[in-house]
Ligand binder design. Structure first.
Ligand code: ATP
Ligand code: MG
Length: 207
């Protein structure tokens, strides 16, 4: 489907597992930026996360589907998990531009931590030209290094990075995995369907 006037949010992530931090952020950005939809893009083989054992991409994709079914504005794309080799955001954005048309406005949604690294991503300058970036931060907390980075990008690349504040930024997949492996509760940190699936599939258990 090609519709030139669309505004689309892209939420990329490892989603190992997806949690309410991701979901609340995507919904807040959709609302504030009047987006037609947000597409969640579970990563395939991200070059920066090779250090730890990442859960099979099909399982992360499945959990992302489970987590997003109740929101009619949310979609999940298999674009990265179907790609061979390392996956880079630039390639994904190019594909989305092809699918939705050059006129479509893309809003790439990230946590503020990801903004700090953005200039190290492949073809960073092209990336900044191709889409808008929205960085989620904690309420009342922009973080000096993040503001500095945003100002730097504005100065050097003449590109504004939008900021939104979301209340749930302390939730992380790392913490959820640790909790499971230590037998501590993960209730209220992620959708119940995903919690059940983690239990059923025996994910993140020690050993
Ligand atoms: P991990 O702990 O394994 O790194 P994570 O919780 O950071 O997992 P990712 O899949 O790495 O989740 O993150 C995907 C995107 O979501 C990134 O842009 C990240 O900055 C952002 N993000 C992660 N946690 C939150 C949160 N609680 N609120 C808002 N954005 C988040
Ligand atoms: Mg992370």
């Amino acid at each position: 489907m090609t519709n030139n006037s669309q505004r689309i949010g892209i939420m990329g992530g490892t989603f190992d597992p997806i949690h309410f931090g991701h979901l609340v952020t995507a919904e807040a950005v959709r609302d504030q930026f009047d987006l037609d939809k947000v597409i969640f893009v579970p990563s395939g083989n991200p070059p920066h996360k090779v250090k730890r054992n990442i859960t099979d991409k099909r399982i992360r994709y499945l959990m992302t589907i489970l987590a997003t079914v109740t929101n009619p504005y949310f979609e999940v794309s298999a674009i990265e998990i179907e790609r061979e080799g390392y996956t880079y955001t630039i390639d994904t954005l190019k594909e989305f531009k092809k699918i939705y048309g050059e006129e479509t406005q893309i809003f790439f949604i990230t946590g503020a931590d990801a903004i700090l690294e953005i200039l190290t991503w492949k073809n960073a300058e092209d990336l900044l030209k191709m889409c808008n970036f929205v960085a989620a931060t904690r309420p009342g907390y922009a973080g000096d290094s993040i503001s500095e980075k945003i100002q730097y990008i504005k100065r050097i690349y003449d590109k504004e990075i939008f900021q939104v504040t979301v209340p749930s930024l302390a939730i992380s997949s790392t913490d959820i995995r640790n909790r499971v492996s230590e037998g501590r509760p993960i209730k209220y940190l992620l959708p119940e369907s995903v919690e059940r699936y983690i239990e059923k599939a025996g994910l993140y258990k020690r050993g």
